[in-house]
Design a protein around this ligand. Structure first.
Ligand SMILES: [Zn+2]
Length: 246
């Protein structure tokens, strides 16, 4: 049964608005309603992976909102822990890709980081298990823990984006923005997208092709500008030295 590719994602109605940071908490000061979908071209996952301090967290909340709908404020420390868990899960996926392609050099170090983060993981490992088997179970464990509150429903295709092939499809219904983020990661992984690190900002991103070097159009543009400026500078130096020589 090929289920993964047939699961559609239903949009989530969510609140965002001006946000602030105080005493460790990120709060929404105002809120406007918008809809967010895993199928959007704008990646909520990649935007969230850029959160690293109060300023970037406030910027994320203004663009997308808070992660869960339990309260009107959330602890920055919880956000940073979530970013770390996502990054470690992505690192594990990348190391598994390498291991399956014959390069087993990165997997032991990534596994060690996971065991350190969650000591219970070591208890679950069976004697004789290979690193790849441990890593497979570990990665599905992280994903499935985060996906367990997402409902799987049968939905008519008139609530889906145009072009849906069947009158009824399975649909994953996220309840929170955090669900959207983990669902996006799960979709990339089950679609066998390749994980890469951006040549400019160093953040991870997923791609179908083998040639993509940048996480976003903005990083690709910045790189193009940087190379343009470097070339102009090099030309100026050459021209100046030509003048000096003459
Ligand atoms: Zn980038």
């Amino acid at each position: 049964m090929r289920l993964a590719s047939e699961v559609a994602t239903v949009e989530l109605g969510w609140a965002r608005g001006s946000a602030c940071f105080e005493d460790g908490w990120i709060s929404l000061e105002q809120s406007e309603f918008y809809t967010v979908s895993v199928l959007d071209t704008e990646s909520v996952l990649l935007a969230f992976l850029r959160v690293g301090d109060a300023d970037t967290a406030v910027a994320f909340a203004e663009r997308f909102g808070l992660l869960q709908n339990r309260a009107d404020r959330e602890l920055l420390s919880n956000w940073l822990l979530e970013v770390m868990t996502l990054n470690l899960t992505i690192a594990l996926y990348a190391a598994l890709e390498d291991a399956r392609a014959g390069d087993v050099s990165t997997l032991p170090a990534v596994l060690a980081m996971h065991r350190k983060l969650s000591p219970r993981i070591a208890d679950l490992e069976q004697p004789g298990e290979t690193d790849v088997q441990s890593a497979d179970l570990l990665m599905t464990g992280w994903l499935n823990t985060r996906l367990r509150d997402i409902a799987l429903l049968v939905i008519p295709n008139d609530v889906l984006p145009p072009g849906a092939p069947m009158p009824f499809v399975f649909g994953a219904v996220p309840n929170t923005l955090l669900d959207v983020i983990w669902l996006e990661l799960a979709r990339s992984i089950t679609a066998h997208d390749r994980m890469r690190y951006c040549a400019l900002c160093g953040k991870p991103f997923f791609t179908k092709g083998t040639r993509a070097r940048f996480c976003s159009a903005s990083c690709a543009n910045r790189d193009r500008q940087r190379r343009f400026v470097a070339r102009k500078k090099a030309q100026r130096v050459t021209t100046t030295s030509d003048v000096d020589a003459g």
